[in-house]
Design a protein around this ligand. Structure first.
Ligand SMILES: [Zn+2]
Ligand SMILES: [Zn+2]
Length: 625
C-alpha cells in the first residue's frame, strides 16, 4: 500500500491519543510504516522497550489510513501463555479498546462474537489457532479476509525453544509444544500478502534462523530491527552452591531482610527448576520466619510476604498473587516460581532475580533476567548453581558458570545480535568486574545486593574415607547399567502410553547424570535420596543395585527389597499426576530418553494397542492453554 505522506503522521497522532503517550520510538514508527507497505516486521527489542505497541497500534493506524470506522481493522496475536494474553486484554480494555483471548473458559456467546468480528484484538495460543477447526476456518471467513491487517507472533523465541524437534542439543526429539513449530501454516490460512509482526526480547542467531524458517519469512523483504537485550541497570553475579549447605543458610540474608522490613524489602523473584524446589524454598522461609512471614506479624494467608507460583498453585491463590504482584508496592516481596510459570507472571517492581539452579540455556537466562529492573532502577541477577542443578543445562550456560575471568555482561550479551556499548563498570557491572574495582564505595565490597551467607566452617564436607575412587571406565559402565534399568522400567510399565510418559519423567537421563556426578559418594539408599531427585523407592534401589554391580562395595542389606514395601516416597509419585504440565520437566528429556521410548512405542503398536504418538500426547496435556 502506498502510504499517503500526510495521512501517516495523523495516524501516529491517533496512536498517541489512543495509548496516552506523547510520541513513538523511531523503531515503532518505522515498523508501522513497513506494515503499511505490506512488509513483514521482525523486532528483537529488549524487555521494556515497548514492542507490544507495534501490534497494539497497527489496527489504529490501518483504520486511519484506510478511513475505516475505528475498531474495524483486526489483528491476531499468537501468544504462549494465557496469563500474558489476559494481561494485554485487560490493558487494551482499560483504554476502551475491544480485545479477547480465545480459551476454554470463554462462553459460546462470546466465541460467536469473535466469529462475527466484534473484537479488534484477538489473542490465541498456537494450539488453539491451528488445531481447532473452528478457528482455522475463522481466518478464511469473509470478514477476517477483509479486516485482518496482520498476524503477530509474540515471544517468537518459543518457536525455537518449544516448537522444533531436537535439532539442537539438549532439546527433546519431540517438541514440547508442537504447534509452535507449525505456525508457518498460518500463512496458508490467510491472504498470501498478509504481513506478520514477529516479536522477541532475546533471540540468538540460531533462534532467529529457526523463527525465519518456521514462519517462512524472507530476510530480504522483512523489516528487521535488532537491539542488544542489554540492560545497563542490571548487575550479574554467579555463586556456587554447596549442596551440603542448608538452604536456610544460603538465603539467610533475604530471610532476615524480610523479617525486619515488614513488606518493604526489595521485590525478589526466585526461579526454580522444579515445583519441588519451590516448595522447599517456601517451607524454609516459612519455618524460619514464623509470624514474621506475614505482614504485620499476624498469620493471615492473604498477607504472606512470600508466595510460590507454579502449576500446582490453586486458581484462587494464583489470582491473589497475580493481583498483588501487578502492583509495585504489593506486600508479596519474594516470589518463588518455576521457570515455566515465571514466564507468565507480570511482576512489577522486581529488583532482584535469583536463579536457584541455572536456566536451560543462555538465551532463557537473559529472558528470565529481563524481569529485573524494568523501571530502570539498579537491580541484581544472581545465579546459584552446583553440579546437580546444572546437569541438564546447555553447554553455553555451563560455560557461563565456569567462566571466572571474562566480564559476565560481555559474556552474556556478545551472544546476541545488536551493539552493546554499556558504560557500566566495576562492581556495578558484575561479580568479576567487582574483583578489580577499587571505587571504595560501601556497596563495592558486597558486589551482589543479595549477599549470601557462605561460612565455609558451616558446611559439612564428605570425609575422604567415605568417598570411593571412580575411574572413567567405571562411569561408562555405570551409565550403561542405569540405561538398562531405565529400559526395564519402561518395558515393565506397558499398561498404557501415559504410564510410560510418567516413567520417562520420573527416571530420565537427568537422574542418570545426577548419579554419575555423585557415584563416588553414593553407598546407601539414603545417599541416593540425598544426591538424586528420585521419585520412588523402586528407583533408589535400582540405582543402588546398578552401583553395586559396578563397584561391588554396597552393603547387601541395603539392596534387599523390604517385605513390607515402604511407600512413603511414592506419595511424591502421586504428585506427578498434578505436575505433568510443568514444562521444565519436559525440558529434562533429551534424545536418548526418547530413543528408548520410541522402541517401546513400537512394541505397543505391534501388539495392536491404540497407536498414539508422543507429540499428540504431549499436545493433549496442553489443551487447556
Ligand atoms: Zn562486568
Ligand atoms: Zn566498586
Amino acid at each position: 500500500m502506498a502510504v499517503d505522506a500526510r495521512k501517516f503522521p495523523r495516524a501516529i497522532e491517533r496512536v498517541c491519543e489512543t495509548f496516552k503517550i506523547s510520541s513513538l520510538y523511531p523503531e515503532q514508527e518505522t515498523s508501522l510504516k513497513a506494515l503499511l507497505e505490506g512488509k513483514n516486521v521482525y523486532a528483537s527489542l529488549p524487555t521494556g522497550y515497548g514492542k507490544s505497541l507495534i501490534f497494539f497500534a497497527a489496527p489504529v493506524v490501518f483504520d486511519e489510513i484506510l478511513e475505516r470506522p475505528r475498531g474495524s481493522s483486526k489483528i491476531l496475536v499468537i501468544s504462549p501463555l494465557r496469563t500474558l494474553m489476559e494481561d494485554q486484554v485487560a490493558y487494551l480494555k482499560s483504554l476502551g479498546l475491544s480485545a479477547i483471548a480465545l480459551h476454554d473458559e470463554q462462553s459460546e456467546e462470546r466465541l460467536k462474537q469473535v466469529e462475527k468480528g466484534a473484537f479488534t484484538y484477538l489473542f490465541a495460543s498456537p494450539e488453539k489457532m491451528l488445531s481447532v477447526e473452528r478457528w482455522r476456518k475463522l481466518l478464511f471467513s469473509k470478514h477476517y479476509r477483509e479486516f485482518l491487517v496482520a498476524i503477530t507472533v509474540d515471544e517468537a523465541h518459543c518457536i525455537s525453544q518449544w516448537g522444533l524437534p531436537g535439532s539442537r542439543s539438549k532439546q527433546a526429539a519431540v517438541p514440547f509444544r508442537v504447534w509452535y513449530g507449525n505456525l508457518g501454516e498460518l500463512k496458508s490460512l490467510t491472504a498470501s500478502d498478509l504481513p506478520s509482526i514477529v516479536l522477541t526480547a532475546t533471540a540468538s542467531p540460531s533462534t532467529k534462523k529457526d523463527i525465519f524458517r518456521t514462519l517462512h519469512l524472507d530476510q530480504s523483504s522483512c523489516h528487521v530491527i535488532e537491539h542488544s537485550p542489554e540492560r545497563p541497570n542490571v548487575q550479574f553475579s554467579v555463586k556456587y552452591l554447596d549442596k551440603s549447605m542448608p538452604v536456610s543458610t544460603t538465603f539467610n540474608t533475604l530471610i532476615e531482610e524480610l523479617r525486619v522490613s515488614n513488606g518493604s524489602c526489595q521485590r525478589t523473584m526466585i526461579f526454580c527448576q522444579t515445583r519441588k524446589q519451590c516448595a522447599l524454598l517456601y517451607s524454609v522461609f516459612k519455618d524460619n520466619l514464623g509470624n514474621d512471614f506475614y505482614l504485620n506479624k499476624t498469620p493471615n494467608p492473604k498477607e504472606r510476604m512470600m508466595e510460590m507460583f507454579h502449576s500446582g498453585t490453586p486458581e484462587s491463590v494464583k489470582k491473589h498473587i497475580l493481583d498483588n504482584i501487578s502492583r509495585c508496592n504489593g506486600h508479596i516481596r519474594v516470589i518463588a516460581c518455576t521457570i515455566a510459570f515465571g514466564m507468565g507472571v507480570n511482576c512489577k517492581g522486581v529488583h532482584r532475580v535469583v536463579h536457584f539452579g541455572p536456566a536451560k540455556n543462555l538465551e532463557c537466562y537473559v529472558q528470565e533476567c529481563g524481569r529485573a529492573g524494568r523501571d530502570g532502577q539498579p537491580s541484581t541477577c544472581l545465579l546459584l548453581h552446583n553440579g546437580l542443578l546444572a546437569a541438564h543445562c546447555a553447554d553455553d550456560i555451563k560455560d557461563y558458570l565456569s567462566n571466572d575471568k571474562k566480564c559476565r555482561r560481555t559474556f552474556l550479551y556478545s551472544y546476541f545480535p545488536g551493539e552493546f556499548s554499556s558504560n557500566v563498570s566495576g562492581h556495578q557491572c558484575c561479580d568479576i568486574c567487582a574483583k578489580s574495582c577499587s571505587c571504595g564505595q560501601e556497596s563495592c565490597s558486597e558486589p551482589c545486593a543479595l549477599s549470601l551467607e557462605s561460612d565455609a566452617d558451616d558446611t559439612c564436607t564428605v570425609s575422604s574415607e567415605s568417598v570411593r575412587s571412580v575411574k572413567e571406565m567405571d562411569k561408562i559402565k555405570l551409565r550403561s547399567e542405569l540405561f538398562k534399568f531405565m529400559k526395564d522400567l519402561l518395558v515393565r510399565n506397558t499398561s498404557g502410553a501415559i504410564a510410560s510418559v510418567n516413567i520417562m519423567h520420573e527416571f530420565t537421563s537427568f537422574h542418570i547424570q545426577q548419579v554419575l556426578d555423585n557415584c563416588d559418594k553414593i553407598k546407601t539408599l539414603s545417599d541416593v535420596e540425598d544426591f538424586v531427585e528420585v521419585w520412588r523407592k523402586e528407583h533408589s534401589r535400582g540405582i543402588l543395585a546398578a552401583i553395586h554391580r559396578i563397584f561391588g562395595d554396597v552393603d547387601e542389606d541395603e539392596l534387599k527389597t523390604p517385605e513390607c514395601e515402604d511407600e512413603e516416597m511414592d506419595e511424591h509419585a502421586q504428585e506427578w499426576a498434578n505436575i505433568r504440565d510443568d514444562s521444565e520437566l519436559f525440558n529434562l528429556l533429551n534424545d536418548s530418553d526418547l530413543q528408548h521410548v520410541d522402541v517401546h512405542m513400537e512394541e505397543i503398536d505391534v501388539s495392536g494397542n491404540e497407536q498414539r504418538n508422543m507429540s499428540s500426547m504431549i499436545g493433549n496435556l496442553f489443551k487447556s492453554f
